[in-house]
Write a new protein. Structure first.
Length: 456
């Protein structure tokens, strides 16, 4: 081999050695001496063949990195016993196109507490898959703290009657054994509607206040007190319902009225009648009562007039017979003066002593009344002649004894419009003379006996 050839081969060998020892310089342009045709260069061919392999590995690495970022397994995964799980509980995905599923046979179980694992299969957008084995814990449910039992509990749907005091707290709350109840403040019962009350419950060491709801209601009907359920009244008299009954109610308010809607009792016709009176409270609760009564004509009376015993009567002592157990009155003919009065015994006999002796020709009027029932007699007229009385009963025209012999008794009643009793309103008895009217008026006003009249 000639010297030039040997020199060229030496230089080529040095160049290759330098390139392998310092690859960083491979990118720099290397000037290689010219090689003759007879000099082979296999190493250069190997270098050119390795370059394409390096360029093919770069995209695969990028795809692998993208897959890792698209699905990431979670850590510290835990569930409460018997919880329901999904794949998303175990793996986080950043690409919405990535789908997750449990690998068959590795589905998570949460029926038993402990540490377990499951396999999640992630399917990427390019349909490639990736598996993740994720550990998880199953724990027992947390137990709620045990709360001490309440000393008492409020009842529901409690109602109480208006104006009826409640003294027992157990009406509003239910206490446990050994607990004592008391009102912090007495419950209000004087107004209708929803209310609240506070009840203190104590077991000796602990005290609890329980607020209970309740409703004040009014379901009680008014109570009606009838003055007289069988009575008589004069024709065309005006009687209010309040004058015939007295009504009370626990609410404190009650009104009474006739069922027929009329303001007054029907006294337009003589004879027996009935009427219904209603008592109603503010809540609409009602009670009713039916009364029987008889309307008397102007000439009605209950029993016969007193009869004088002429044989025994003197100017100062009048003897006679009247309705048993009644009081007999003797008044002047004009009705202005009471001359005397006395009681008839069980047999009807009476004796009246006069303070002022009768004079010859003097006429007097007699009648009797039962103060227990208010029943009264017809009247009689007697004229004194010489030393004795001449019996001259006043003529009676169209006098009628009523079938009902029960009078309205005097009793306290609610205030009602009072009207002055006039003689014209009084029932007429005996003859139609003014003396008879005056006598009846004397009985009513002078002796305070209001026959068939309203209460004051």
């Amino acid at each position: 081999m000639s010297k030039p050839t040997k020199l060229a081969c030496g230089l080529l060998a040095c160049g290759l050695t330098f390139s392998l020892a310092a690859p960083v310089f491979a990118e720099e342009e290397v000037q290689v001496p010219a090689v003759t045709a007879e000099t082979p260069a296999p190493e250069a061919k190997e270098i050119t063949e390795t370059a394409p392999e390096a360029t093919e590995e770069a995209p695969q690495a990028q795809l692998k990195a993208a897959a890792v970022s698209a699905a990431v397994p979670k850590t510290d995964v835990s569930f409460v016993k018997d919880a329901t799980t999904t794949p998303a509980d175990f793996v986080t995905v950043s690409d919405a196109s990535t789908t997750l599923a449990f690998k068959a046979g590795t589905e998570p179980k949460t029926a038993v507490a402990g540490t377990f694992s499951t396999t999640i299969v992630a399917t990427l957008a390019d349909t490639t898959t990736q598996e993740f084995v994720v550990s998880y814990k199953v724990t027992e449910p947390a137990k709620a703290p045990v709360k001490a039992a309440a000393l008492a509990t409020a009842k529901t749907n409690v109602t109480t009657e208006i104006n009826v005091a409640v003294k027992d707290p157990s009406k509003f709350v239910t206490a446990t054994s050994g607990v004592t109840l008391s009102f912090v403040k007495a419950p209000a019962v004087n107004r209708l509607g929803a209310q609240t009350v506070t009840v203190a419950a104590t077991n000796g060491t602990t005290t609890e206040n329980i607020v209970a709801n309740y409703t004040v209601v009014d379901t009680t009907k008014p109570v009606i007190d009838v003055f007289e359920d069988d009575f008589y009244v004069g024709i065309d008299e005006e009687w209010y319902a309040e004058e015939l009954v007295d009504a009370t109610d626990n609410s404190g308010f009650v009104k009474v009225y006739f069922e027929n809607g009329k303001e007054f009792l029907d006294t337009s016709t003589e004879g027996p009648h009935t009427t219904v009176i209603i008592a109603e409270d503010a809540s609409g609760n009602t009670s009713s009562v039916t009364l029987s009564y008889e309307v008397l004509g102007e000439d009605a009376y209950f029993f016969d007039a007193p009869v004088v015993n002429v044989a025994k009567t003197t100017a100062t002592d009048v003897y006679g017979k009247a309705e048993p157990n009644t009081t007999v009155f003797i008044v002047s003919e004009d009705g202005e003066e009471l001359l005397g009065m006395g009681d008839a015994d069980a047999d009807g006999n009476f004796h009246i002593k006069l303070d002022t002796p009768l004079v010859n020709g003097q006429t007097v009027l007699l009648a009797s009344i039962d103060f227990e029932t208010g029943e009264y007699s017809n009247e009689s007229s007697f004229t004194f002649k010489q030393s004795a009385l001449s019996v001259s009963p006043a003529p009676v025209e169209n006098t009628v004894k009523p079938a009902v012999i029960q009078a309205v008794k005097k009793a306290a009643a609610p205030a009602a419009p009072t009207k002055t009793t006039t003689l014209k309103e009084l029932p007429k008895t005996g003859d139609n003379s003014s003396a008879g009217l005056v006598f009846a008026g004397f009985l009513v006003s002078g002796l305070a006996v209001a026959l068939l009249r309203k209460r004051g």
